[in-house]
Design a protein around this ligand. Structure first.
Ligand code: 5GP
Ligand code: MG
Ligand code: MG
Length: 202
């Protein structure tokens, strides 16, 4: 979509190539994902947000599930949890994946149904590492909802249980996804421009 047709914060006008997914479409898709997740759930769900990029998707997804919970269908009690994972500098994966979660927090997941909420799966390395770490602590089940799945030849083959949108192999920002901490304050999912990459390089 052309940048001219949507509201962009003026501080980012030169830094974006195009709008890939407008905010309204993201919201509609999340409503549908929430329905799928509720239909698949049986009993309480620990919804675990992968910070920082997953926070907006997490917030909107949880809101949608809460709305479904007030309807006539079966409702799903939610526990909300947060973990922090970091693997990127500029638009390159650093290879190492840092997971910040205390032993006590990890022990709490034993016997629970987990739903991990992530912003984007690129190579899949982060999620595979995170999942193997979480499984050591004996959850009853683990599912993953990722708003985006990148179509990349570097994929390790990992596919999440719930995907919002497949995106092309470019670096995307907005809706809490960052480039060196910038662009999280942008509603739409956008492709960053060369100007943007230079302006906010680490
Ligand atoms: P992976 O380990 O799957 O290669 O990358 C996982 C993490 O890298 C994602 O959760 C996300 O935080 C970051 N990442 C990968 N691709 C992109 C992208 O296009 N844009 C942004 N902002 N982050 C990305
Ligand atoms: Mg992430
Ligand atoms: Mg990031």
């Amino acid at each position: 979509y052309s940048l001219d047709h949507f509201v962009i914060p003026p501080h980012y006008t030169e830094d974006l190539e195009s709008i890939l997914i407008p905010h309204g479409i993201i919201m509609d898709r999340i409503e549908r994902l929430a329905k799928l997740i509720v239909d698949d759930s049986d009993g309480p769900l620990v919804v675990c947000c992968v910070l920082k990029g997953g926070h907006q998707f997490f917030a909107d997804l949880v809101n949608c599930i809460k709305k479904l919970n007030t309807g006539l269908g079966h409702s799903v009690p939610l526990h909300l949890d947060f973990i922090k994972v970091k693997s990127y500098t500029n638009d390159q994966s650093t290879g190492e994946v840092r997971v910040s979660l205390s032993e006590t927090e990890l022990k709490d997941i034993k016997g629970k149904n987990l739903l991990i909420v992530e912003d984007i799966i690129d190579t899949g390395r982060t999620m595979v590492k995170l999942l193997s770490k979480l499984r050591e602590f004996d959850p009853k089940s683990v599912r993953v909802a990722s708003l985006l799945l990148k179509k990349t030849p570097l994929s390790n083959g990992y596919i999440p249980d719930y995907v919002g949108f497949a995106v092309p192999d470019s670096f995307v920002v907005g809706y809490a996804l960052d480039y060196n901490e910038y662009f999280r304050d942008l509603d739409h999912i956008c492709v960053i421009s060369d100007h943007g990459k230079k302006a906010y390089a680490a």
